[in-house]
Design a binder for this molecule. Structure first.
Ligand code: BTN
Length: 264
């Protein structure tokens, strides 16, 4: 598949049906809208900039020109909890492409699906899905933002962009690398289940076997990050004894993260 983007041409595997915008409120919103209209999976909404980019937990996502903003529509025939495992595929694929351009070993993954370079966040993933009563989701949208030329200021956590580590690739060049990586991981998840994805994710995980703090909606807990369970939950051995599986929340690493009040 080939589409003309701003000044260059994007080559993608045939699974993808890209639609390019110079500006959108949010690529996730556009993908969700088209999902509700019945658009088949493979739709890939790409925007050069977003005016109302959205992050996890109701936060915004600064989206000036120069970075990658895209959302992929999937229609997996699996329940919501299983569909959410695609987020680990997206994080792995982004990490591979970040490593390809930055050529640095310090590309790590932070639960649930952030990518870090030298400890600083370089990308974010926003998963959104809809179910209408059946066992399987109707659709899943994987929204991906990668800081290429720019990084946001004043967000309270360590953030970076590829321009700080290498000549920044264009969004088109980054997406040309990312798209086949993502498709390969999604196909592996579908064919082999979560085990190989989980193994690869854990091999690149930041803080595995170390102390972490998990900030949950109603409490904050501290302990050792031991494992991922087979649903992608983060398994912690708590300081006070006992084991917990975290399904949603934010993870922080000591020492700097534990002293801060902002979260990522
Ligand atoms: C996070 O909070 O870490 C997730 C950020 C996800 C941002 C991407 S940019 C493309 C897509 N469109 C959006 O509005 N959000 C996602």
């Amino acid at each position: 598949m080939n589409i003309a983007t701003a000044g260059s041409s994007l080559e993608l595997p045939p699974f993808y049906h890209p639609v390019y915008f110079e500006r959108l409120a949010s690529t996730n919103d556009e993908a969700k809208h088209r999902a509700e209209e019945g658009t088949p999976e493979g739709l890939l909404i790409v925007a050069a900039e977003q005016t109302q980019g959205r992050g996890r937990r109701g936060r915004g996502w600064a989206s000036p020109p120069g970075n990658l903003y895209c959302s992929l529509l999937l229609r997996p025939r699996v329940p919501p909890a299983e569909a959410a495992l695609a987020g680990f595929c997206a994080a792995l694929a982004i990490a591979e492409s970040v490593g390809h351009f930055a050529r640095r070993p310090e590309v790590r993954l932070k639960w649930p699906n952030d990518v870090l370079v030298a400890g600083a966040k370089v990308s974010g993933i926003l998963l959104e899905a809809s179910s209408s009563g059946g066992a399987a989701v109707d659709w899943l949208v994987i929204g991906m933002g990668v800081n290429l030329a720019n990084k946001p200021e004043g967000v309270g956590i360590a953030v970076t962009c590829l321009a700080e580590h290498c000549p920044a690739p264009t969004a088109t060049d980054f997406l040309s690398s990312l798209a086949p990586n993502l498709l390969a991981w999604l196909e592996r998840l579908r064919a082999e289940g979560f085990a190989p994805v989980r193994g690869a994710w854990l091999a690149a995980a930041q803080g595995l076997g170390e102390r972490v703090q998990a900030r949950l909606p109603a409490e904050t807990i501290n302990g050792i990050f031991r494992e991922l369970d087979d649903r992608g939950g983060l398994i912690m051995d708590l300081d006070g004894g006992g084991r917990r599986v975290i399904q949603s929340g934010e993870v922080f690493f000591p020492p700097a993260d534990l002293s801060g009040s902002a979260c990522c």
